[in-house]
Design a protein around this ligand. Structure first.
Ligand code: ZN
Ligand code: ZN
Length: 197
């Protein structure tokens, strides 16, 4: 499995894993231009990996399809605000892993594309979201695209997962539905600095 095209790892290689079902039909390859994703990338020191316009490259997947094979003890979690998404990252080197809602009942994880060496397995970017929050710079997209496709993919993955009972499986939540590690919430002053565009 090690040199599998679906394998991923944090920047320093301590945390490793495999994404099963990485084919374009089973994932949504998207770029999110929302301020929260951008703030998180900045906080993790990954701003150089953002797409033109400040977009975060992500791959939406079913959490049950993510296997962390090494370094699971490095999984950490940050919330940009008390109501923010759970933003999981590898604490060894601050590589983002994925964002999720705060409960495993919603079977959706937006994985950080930079984890993967072979991004071609996901096919081209099909969705660009929150483009009205893109930075005004060269190469920034002017309008959203593929939102319906993203939503139908989300439902198309979630419904079978709910029916088959795999929806709650996730490397980020335990069997009781609790986060595997308690999330930190950013201090307001730190948070505010990240949102200065
Ligand atoms: Zn690492
Ligand atoms: Zn976002």
């Amino acid at each position: 499995m090690c040199n599998d095209r679906r394998s991923f790892s944090c920047n320093c290689g301590t945390l490793k894993g495999v994404l099963h079902d990485a084919a374009p039909a089973n994932v949504c390859h998207l770029v999110c231009y929302c301020k929260d994703c951008r703030a998180f990338a900045r906080h993790m020191g990954q701003a150089a990996q953002l797409e033109p316009g400040g977009g975060s490259p992500l791959v939406q997947v079913l959490p049950a399809r993510i296997d962390i094979t090494e370094g699971a003890d490095r999984i950490a979690c940050l919330r940009l605000s008390p109501k923010g998404l759970h933003r999981w990252y590898a604490s060894c080197c601050n590589t983002p892993l994925a964002n999720t809602v705060g409960s495993p009942r919603m079977p959706l994880a937006g994985m950080w594309r930079g984890l993967f060496e072979h991004t071609e397995v996901f096919g081209p970017v099909v969705t660009r979201g929150f483009t009205k929050h893109a930075l005004r710079e060269r190469g920034a997209p002017k309008r959203d695209k593929g939102i319906l496709r993203m939503m139908s993919g989300l439902i198309g993955r979630a419904v079978p997962a709910w029916m088959s009972g795999t929806a709650r499986q996730s490397p980020f939540f335990d069997d009781a539905g609790q986060p595997v590690t308690a999330p930190d919430v950013l201090e307001l002053s730190v948070r505010n600095a990240l949102y200065k565009d």
